[in-house]
Design a protein around this ligand. Structure first.
Ligand code: FHN
Length: 416
């Protein structure tokens, strides 16, 4: 279990500084695009869960294999659109809980090459396009597999068993995961692994320590999300921004645009670009990233609603790039009505205004001198007024500034 090809796992030790260096691109990236693409897009049903929850039988669910064509799939266009949104990385489902692999896995026949009319490896061309666009590559991999009958809670037939009573069978399952991960490592050497489906078992049962060590031995720079029973690098909240700033130095919120991860034509409950931008700004003001999800159709086209949101993200992130990329969490709440980030030197405060100002904005608690204030992405200097003995007294001052309507953004205006 501890080898990946010819690579032997080495104990993984790293100083705080080394980890900070390894995590740097992730911390600076702020926006990633998540992709849930699989046979569930044929009927537009919930990925994997629709058979687990008996909405469809396993056979009905799997009959979607016959309808998965990928006939209009253009990975170069996907990568271009992702880049255009302002994202710096992307994470794609190489295999969801249903066990259907998008790449040419030798560990099972259940893949898009052997079992669908797409009849090809869909992952490889995407990984190439992603790298060509200069984006970082993340691979989602479900540790559990509801099609593999060696998994103790497999749903395709009644195969439940106790691991304690049949540890050889469990080991066979771990070997299977391990073989697939070895393939992914070898073929794609991803920048990030996004694990999922670890919830049934403890770290010991998953051999999570050994697994993470092995992945890091093969690829010492790789970043792992936390869903590998605590042996990952960063926290992975889902669908909602933590109310309080997380303790973790690195975290990423994953979120859907409507209520579905995969393509679901009946789910029209889309959030607006403005809502999602507010959530994005909320994340970065608390030092985290947003991993925003899209769910392409079975033919490989991306629903128009999702394209529109990505394009509006692109317009807004491009204009406000200085206030987003490479920044750090902002000042604590209570100083200003709005979200904030700070540049790395901690001498520029970016204030995001998720409302249309109709009077002066105030930033209170200032001790240092303010040299100037300007509108990000526009450059217009703003008149400021400081009251209170801001620079030399222990009494913090208040800074006021007006943001004229002519320099306001249609979504969220940002002042530096
Ligand atoms: O069960 C999955 C779900 O289908 C989806 O992939 C999300 C994405 O974070 N993760 C799981 C639940 O946590």
């Amino acid at each position: 279990f501890l080898t990946l090809g010819t690579t032997k796992a080495q104990p993984f030790k790293e100083s705080k500084e080394e980890k900070e260096k390894r995590m740097q691109w992730f911390q600076d990236a702020k926006l990633g695009i998540f992709i849930h693409w699989g046979i569930y897009s044929v009927r537009g049903v919930t990925e994997s869960w629709s058979f687990y929850n008996n909405y469809l039988s396993y056979d009905e669910y799997m009959s979607q294999l016959d309808g998965f064509t990928a006939k209009s799939y253009n990975p170069a266009e996907w990568a271009k659109l992702i880049k255009e949104s302002g994202a710096k990385y992307t994470v794609i489902t190489s295999k969801h809980h249903d066990g259907v692999a998008l790449w040419d896995t030798q560990a099972s026949d259940l893949n898009t090459i052997k079992k669908t009319p797409a009849s090809r490896d869909l992952l490889t061309p995407f990984t190439k396009a992603v790298r060509k666009e200069g984006l970082k590559l993340g691979i989602y991999y479900s540790l559990l597999d509801w099609s593999n009958t060696d998994y103790p809670y497999a749903t395709r037939n009644s195969t439940r068993y106790q691991i304690k009573e049949d540890s050889a069978r469990w080991q066979r399952f771990l070997d299977f995961d391990n073989r697939q991960l070895a393939e992914l490592n070898k073929q794609f050497k991803p920048d990030l692994y996004w694990f999922d489906g670890d919830w049934d078992f403890s770290p010991e049962t998953w051999k999570a320590k050994e697994l993470s060590t092995m992945l890091r031995t093969f690829n010492p720079k790789v970043i792992l999300n936390s869903r590998i029973q605590g042996y990952g690098d960063y926290a992975t909240p889902e669908q909602g921004v933590p109310i309080r700033r997380p303790d973790s130095q690195w975290w990423e919120l994953c979120m859907t645009m409507n209520d579905s991860w995969g393509y679901a034509p009946t789910d029209t409950n889309y959030k607006t670009a403005n809502m999602l931008l507010r959530t994005f700004v909320d994340c970065i003001s608390n030092g985290g990233n947003l991993l925003l999800d899209i769910g392409p159709k079975e033919d490989g086209t991306i629903p128009q609603e999702q394209v529109d949101i990505l394009k509006e993200f692109g317009r807004w992130t491009k204009k406000h790039a200085d206030a987003i990329y490479g920044t750090r969490a902002g000042i604590p709440e209570g100083h200003v009505m709005g979200y904030t980030t700070l540049n790395k030197n901690q001498d520029i405060l970016y204030v995001f205004l998720p409302y249309k100002p109709n009077g002066p904005i105030s930033v209170k608690g200032l001790k240092n001198k303010v040299n100037r204030a300007w509108v990000v992405g526009n450059g217009a200097l703003l008149e400021t007024k400081v009251v209170g003995k801001a620079y030399w007294s222990s009494v913090p001052g208040i800074l006021y500034f007006d943001v004229p309507e002519s320099v306001q953004d249609s979504q969220i205006t940002v002042v530096a």
